[in-house]
Design a protein around this ligand. Structure first.
Ligand code: ZN
Length: 214
């Protein structure tokens, strides 16, 4: 149950209570039709809750993996080495792109690396670079060779973008679907929890203490 949210845990506890009660009643051969219905609604909700929770884990796990595909290849601006870098924090630049901030323990300086630390911001970054390359490839003041190199680099980056963008887009769509389902489930769980609480209260019938009857 480790990947369940608080509201999901709560309703599972209630479902477990009714399951145990139903098992006891079945043993005694005293499970009424109404209680049978409660039990089967519990089973249905429990099933869809676990399917949703597993899907949520899978979608989020995939995004975590996507985040790790970007290596920023940071190096200290002073000693130009990455040997003594220590990650400090994540910072946003003026465009809203997230980059890693590092400290070089040899030079004792801190700096924010000028490349994004995640693939979503990397796409935006690469588009700016592509535009720069495109401008360089068209620049009449450049040598023919420099223009060819710029055009080649532009094409390489466009190729990378064409691979990366659909992967990110499909992950974004999956996330949006999962979040929409999450909102539906939360509402369903809320309603079902209240329904079970009312059923539980109904079970709490008043029993006359024995001493008063004697
Ligand atoms: Zn350094």
């Amino acid at each position: 149950m480790k990947n369940l949210k608080e509201n999901e845990r709560e309703v599972i506890k209630l479902i477990n209570f009714f399951r145990k009660r139903a098992e006891r009643l079945i043993e005694e051969g005293a499970l009424s039709e109404e209680e049978q219905q409660v039990t089967s609604s519990c089973q249905k909700l429990e099933e869809s809750l676990y399917i949703h929770a597993a899907n949520r884990d899978a979608v989020l796990e995939k995004r975590d993996q996507l985040n790790t595909i970007v290596k920023d290849n940071a190096a200290c601006p002073k000693c130009e080495s990455n040997a003594n870098l220590k990650f400090v924090t994540v910072e946003k630049n003026e465009q809203g792109w997230k980059s890693n901030r590092y400290k070089c323990r040899r030079c004792n300086i801190a700096f924010t690396w000028n490349r994004p630390n995640n693939p979503w911001d990397l796409v935006l970054f690469l588009k700016v670079v592509v535009a720069d390359m495109e401008a360089a490839a068209q620049d009449e003041n450049e040598t023919e060779q420099a223009r060819q190199v710029a055009a080649y680099n532009r094409d390489m980056m466009l190729e990378n973008l064409a691979k990366l963008e659909p992967v990110l887009q499909s992950s974004d769509e999956e996330l949006a679907e999962m979040e929409a389902r999450e909102r539906e489930m939360s509402k369903l769980i809320h309603q079902f929890k209240n329904y079970l609480l009312i059923e539980k209260i109904k079970l709490d019938t008043w029993v006359e203490p024995k001493s008063l009857r004697d």
